[in-house]
Design a protein around this ligand. Structure first.
Ligand code: BGC
Ligand code: CA
Length: 406
């Protein structure tokens, strides 16, 4: 289709919309869709949105195994405590006091991490058989009902405070909010803080730079962004790699396969002509939820040197596809928040390398992290694209994207 035809078509679509007529972009509903990083789900119950996950035959989700990662993060922290029992209690009050930065109370991955940390530290309180992931807010005196005191190596473990790091306009996982919150916490009970735990590195690093680096207080994050991994040399205690190099590949590869009409597993579990293939240590696919889950790895002082470049593509899937069998196609892809640390520092640079290898011409749309319309407004002409890669602001808003493809 040439440019002129396209602009006539989009003008027609705009007129249709102006008159309240549904602009029926024939065929968009049948194009491949990948949900990535935020799995369509109910933000209060966590229940998966199967309508969105099975929108058409060529729809799936790409993320990582949140509970396996949360278990690793919890274990990493417990291992650290056990190795530093004689020094961890800075003020000698017999309590290992920690504060927790929560990313987004309505995001399954953030919830899993909060639960994993509380589970490992013995500070979780079960509600209907599952650990309550709610922020405790301030619990310096140990009286909160959402957490309880745990015990490790003869010391009490207490979640002194936890809070959802949201900015005034509603953006979550917000590093600036974490920076100001650690300021508030330390000015009132800083001497009791023995450890900082964060749902991600963006917030963890903000707190590290604002306070804990100077104070030599161990700080744990998640994502293994390059700056956080480098900070391990300067005292950042550890992070978790969610194998973004595998996820970014999968995000585009599933679209590539659907567009080429080849077996969905091609270049994933099945080696392709170019030699690309992943192993079962990297990911697994769950047929029932149509979801690909990358596996996590703990990154600590012992192994951080292998993780210093978070934006380096994964060697087993770094081979160029032939344009003969995989001709150039156009993809619309959005990031829910252009300034999200993990997505902008780690995930997008990976996508931008894989798009070349996979012969995909990707239009990257960066959202404001607050409103879905800021992004959907930039998908007014879905007919221009062959496939869509969607990163929602809120995990329950799949329908606002799908409505544009109907
Ligand atoms: C990452 C966070 C990021 C979030 C965005 C998570 O998987 O760990 O750092 O802010 O995705 O949805
Ligand atoms: Ca203490």
């Amino acid at each position: 289709m040439n440019k002129k035809v396209l602009s006539v078509l989009s003008a027609a679509a705009a007129i249709g919309m102006a008159f309240g007529v549904t602009a029926h972009a024939a065929g968009n509903a049948d194009k491949p869709v990948v949900w990535w990083n935020r799995q369509p789900s109910n933000s209060s119950t966590g229940e998966l949105d199967m309508d969105a996950l099975t929108w058409n035959e060529k729809t799936c989700y790409v993320g990582f195994d949140a509970s396996q990662g949360a278990g690793l993060q919890g274990q990493m922290i417990v291992d650290y405590i056990n190795a530093h029992l004689d020094t961890i209690d800075r003020n000698g009050d017999g309590i290992i006091g920690y504060v927790l930065a929560i990313g987004d109370i309505g995001h399954n991955d953030s919830i899993a991490r909060t639960r994993g940390i509380r589970q490992a530290l013995g500070t979780g309180v079960a509600v209907d058989g599952e650990i309550d992931p709610s922020p405790a807010e301030t619990n310096v005196d140990g009286s909160s009902s959402v957490v309880q005191d745990g015990e490790i190596g003869g010391l009490t473990v207490r979640e002194l405070a936890s809070h959802e790091m949201k900015n005034p306009s509603g953006a979550t996982w917000d590093a600036a909010a974490a920076e100001s919150t650690i300021g508030i916490w330390t000015s009132s009970f800083g001497d009791q803080i023995d450890m900082i735990v964060s749902n991600n590195d963006g917030m963890g690093m903000a707190m590290f730079h604002a306070w804990s680096k100077e104070e030599s207080v161990p700080t744990f994050g998640y994502d293994a962004n390059s700056d956080a991994v480098a900070a391990i040399a300067e005292g950042y205690a550890g992070t978790i790699s969610q194998h973004a190099d595998v996820q970014a590949y999968l995000t585009l590869r599933v679209l590539r396969n659907a567009l080429d009409g080849v077996e969905p597993d091609m270049g994933i579990g099945t080696e392709d002509e170019a030699g690309n293939v992943l192993s079962e240590d990297d990911f697994y696919y769950d047929e029932q939820t149509r979801s690909y889950y990358a596996l996590n790895q703990a990154v600590t002082r012992e192994n951080y040197e292998d993780f210093l470049d978070a934006a380096r593509i994964y060697a087993p899937v770094s081979n160029q596809l032939s344009e003969e069998t995989s001709p150039v196609r156009d993809i619309w892809l959005n990031l829910y928040n252009a300034s999200d640390n993990f997505l902008s520092m780690t995930y997008q640079p990976l996508l931008q390398q894989y798009d070349d290898l996979l012969n995909l011409n990707v239009e990257y749309i960066g959202g404001d992290g607050q409103t879905e319309s800021n992004i959907t407004n930039r998908l007014m002409n879905p007919a221009l694209y062959d496939a869509y890669a969607i990163n929602m602001v809120k995990t329950e808003n799949a329908a606002s994207y799908l409505a544009l493809l109907e």
